[in-house]
Design a protein around this ligand. Sequence first.
Ligand code: GLV
Length: 337
Amino acid sequence: MTDFNIYVSTNEVPRSALDLMRAVGKVRVFDGAAAPPRDLLLKEVAGADALFCVLTEKVDAELFARAAKLKAVANMAVGFDNIDLAEATRKGVMVTNTPDVLTETTADATMALVLAAARRIAEGDRLIRRGGWKLRWSPMMMVGHDVYGKTLGIYGLGRIGAAVAKRASGFGMKLVYYDSNRNRDLEERLGASYVPFDDLLKEADFLTVHVPLLPSTRKSIGGRQLGLMKKTAYIINTSRGQVIDEASLVRALEEKTIAGAGIDVFEDEPIGPASPIAKLENVVLTPHLASASVETRTEMAMMAARNVVAALKGEVPPNLVNREVLRAGAVPADRGS
Ligand code: GLV
């Protein structure tokens, strides 16, 4: 059992998660501050039985071609758009993610962006720091928009979308949603109404994005869709940057055809001060941190480690995303569930 080789692509995994994996194999951890350079990653996976990685690693056909022994890829993220799932399945490699554990944390961050964008929190902070607060109080200084009583448009009513809906109810918001799978049960429980996508864009005072990145959702919010939104509306994204066409978003924010945005994820991460979106006052930016609480990130690492352990023990990992791989015999039939 301990002959297994496990490669961990980040040195920020808690010891408890590494210890879990050490019980089933030899664990090599990338020893650098950022992500492993591509050639190193390809070299390391060549001898690996399992890869514990994060969303900055591109786990594609080239990687699978190099990784002849690979049995499992455990992504320490709920999203797995960095992994070529079809190719993994073809090669008989199990892919796992970390759902549920980050739902509430991500929903909290989403509401933080709703509030920060609407009430100009980051802009106010910048104003003070640059010495721009001159009058003690004036009637129209830093006025934003109310959140209470407004319509929240939820694009993707999955686990995180639903957790955001619950919070928004507490803020007295009206809830509308669009999802490719209508869920009447959840609608009833949350008090949310289903609307077609274009109506979602037209009705939302705050449009919050919670769809995964798929071919069908990539750039699904572009110039046309932004053009349907109210002039007073805000867009919030804690999902994946590529769901929104960023150049169109920047244009809408510059031309003020929408009021503002709260953005945690970007088309090409990381971004810096030279990025066009970072030059705008009417957007609150955070560096892909929506699930970043100590508790959640620690549990995400533990989950990913448990998935590695299960896969290497020949069990079905708890968070297997490509279940079709079981049919291809990744796990002996009597152990598949
Ligand atoms: C973070 O973006 C995740 O997918 O977990």
